[in-house]
Design a protein around this ligand. Structure first.
Ligand SMILES: [Zn+2]
Length: 151
């Protein structure tokens, strides 16, 4: 180390960078998101080997590793199986606080679907029935479902 640097302490600065990006969601993800956008439908897929129904759909079964090629239309209703309430705003959140991130088991599905709940947070509990509310202006992403509402 140079002598003139001996008394210098490293300084760490915090910051953020914005990195624009695009990526392909693949054929399975595309079909799922197009159904949300164009038909306001939530579709999943079923493994023919073990009958597990996934939503969002997957290309391969996470349980038996077989390819999945059977599509199923799920309703827009389900039950909350887990949740956490966000009470503070933070950059990149999908909406203003307070809201809940929830894992929702849609009727007919075998796995949880992660989304948000904006209203009725004081009534929210495990097993609460909810329904998807779609945006009018849909763009082909997961937030074409605005949120889930308590029914
Ligand atoms: Zn399977």
């Amino acid at each position: 180390m140079s002598e003139w640097l001996q008394d210098v302490k490293d300084l760490t600065l915090k910051g953020q960078i914005k990195v624009p990006y695009t990526w392909s969601v693949g054929e399975v993800g595309s079909r799922f998101l197009v159904a949300l956008r164009d038909e306001k439908k939530i579709i999943g897929n079923r493994c023919k080997n073990c009958s597990t129904v996934y939503v969002p759909p997957r290309k391969n079964c996470g349980r038996c590793f077989k390819d999945i090629d059977e599509w199923v239309e799920l309703g827009s209703k389900g039950i909350v199986t887990a949740y956490t309430i966000v009470r503070y705003d933070y950059p990149l959140q999908p909406t203003k606080a307070p809201f809940a991130y929830a894992i929702i088991k849609l009727d007919g599905a075998d796995v949880g679907f992660v989304h948000i709940i904006k209203e009725g947070l004081d009534k929210l509990k495990m097993g609460t029935r909810v329904r998807a509310s779609f945006k009018e202006d849909r763009k082909g992403n997961i937030l074409d479902i605005d949120s889930f509402t308590i029914i």
